[in-house]
Design a protein around this ligand. Sequence first.
Ligand code: ADP
Ligand code: MG
Length: 246
Amino acid sequence: MNSVITIKQLAKTLSLSNLSSNLESILTNGLEKTNQQFLLELLQAEMALREQRSKERRVKQASLPAIKTLESFDTAFQTSITSRQLAQLGELTWIESLHNLIFLGPPGVGKTHISLALCSLALDAGYKVFFTSMDRLIHILKTAEISRNSSVRLKYIYTCDLVVVDELGYLPVTRNEANLFFQLLTKLHDKASVVITSNKGFEGWADIFGDTILATAMLDRLTFRCQVIPLSGESYRLTHRSDLFT
Ligand code: ADP
Ligand code: MG
């Protein structure tokens, strides 16, 4: 058999995708290279492709609803956090040390924006990330036993370095849902960083979960290693809304 065809087949079997799809040009370009150089570049190209695909998979799994950056966050408008503090969060050392972040504040002050920007940075840095609204998370937790989709999601969540739960407290949760959420936090404790955004201060959490003891236990876990970041001020949306009629 033609050795080019055999090489292609072997490359495929060994999952060397770059080699199997670009064999002809690799061979042509390799003519003027030493053996060592040829092998080195071949393996480097394979590695780069693998890393790129892994990142694409992680980005897809993270399910970010939008792409935001720290650079586009206006700290002249939102003065509860300084650009220096933002930059410090952007260094992601808190993920390495398993710290949690809790952003508190009314609607439109940038809680989701900053969380999303940190997710993107974490994905760039190679971390596994999952972003979800509290609603969607509860749905996943409640249906994990009966829906394959949910059980796959939940398994992924358990492997993540960073889990963002957006909009905790917008809707009340039942006792059962609160318990499921608490179990999740317990499992993630010591394994992942959790970021939570909420429009309710800690004193309102007992109401959200309908149970003071459970809310206290939850806060106890979450705030053990944690930076609480209160954001206040006007809604960016309302201040910057665009009118159709001028
Ligand atoms: P929250 O989650 O606190 O309700 P968001 O983060 O969703 O608020 O912000 C609402 C909108 O306003 C988003 O499009 C966000 O990008 C934008 N935004 C909020 N605060 C700022 C800011 N300080 N600089 C730039 N954009 C902002
Ligand atoms: Mg939000």
